[in-house]
Ligand binder design. Sequence first.
Ligand code: ADP
Ligand code: MG
Length: 293
Amino acid sequence: MSRALVIKNLHLTIDNNKDAVPILRGINLDLQAGEIHGLVGESGAGKSMLGRVILEILPPRARITEGSIDYPTRRPLSGKTKGRSAARHRPHISLIPQDPMTSLNPVKKIGKQMSEILRLYQTGRARSMLDQAEGLLHEVKIKNPARVLQQYPHQLSGGMRQRALIAMAFSTKPQIIIADEPTTALDVSVQRQVLRLIQDLQKQHGTTILFITHDLGVVAKICNRISLMHSGMILEHGNVAEVFCTPSHAYTRSLLAAIPRYDRPLRELTPVAESLQLQLHREARAYDHQRRN
Ligand SMILES: Nc1ncnc2c1ncn2[C@@H]1O[C@H](COP(=O)(O)OP(=O)(O)O)[C@@H](O)[C@H]1O
Ligand SMILES: [Mg+2]
């Protein structure tokens, strides 16, 4: 199987006043073309930052200090590609963000926002962009897409906003999509529908997806492979079935033991041990110390 992305020994720091704080510590990750790869870890592990590295939208004080990122199947950029939205919607990679409300422009109608993205990559009349946008909304199963094009984000439900953002993410036919906790902000019943939608579109378009989540249940449902992250490091990776059946890292075992299962009593649930968390943080600091000296 061909590879869509190869990251080798990636180190990233953020400069604060005095020193450079390590955020990513020697990340190795490859994405196979057409897979859904789950990137799992608790809050603060560095998942979003790794996503931003791939999207090439780093915060101002972040620096890659070592390592390489290679997109073997990268297409050259074309069209008018400037500004922030251009960076988010380059043809080969796009983002499905965590929070659909803050990711849409509150003062622009949905149709206008979608046309603007389409116009970055193709020339054509405004009317044809709107027709395309309507088709895209139809594809993400939004009822009455013509009306939604004329609405502002606040007039839509959270689920509809996320569907519109998913339509935008797929609209430029990206080779890779970074889905950064795309269902975390949604109600449980809507979560399921949105997951199904992402899965269907991925199959239809053959897109490679890095699916960032803290939910192992979601990974079991939709991912082919998984990487587990803590303190800016990938602790374990492999096929989902293998990692779930024979986890090799203590952290993975402890995360798996913390998933509620209908066939086991709740009292058998064991939360991730604080001592293990502390040990992982200590190991990360020891690693930093060793690299400095
Ligand atoms: N813009 C930023 N400036 C400084 N530190 C940041 C910034 N964004 C993230 N961080 C830090 O980087 C680490 C990883 O954050 P993040 O990638 O958002 O974690 P996750 O997505 O796994 O919850 C955290 O310690 C966070 O505090
Ligand atoms: Mg995050």
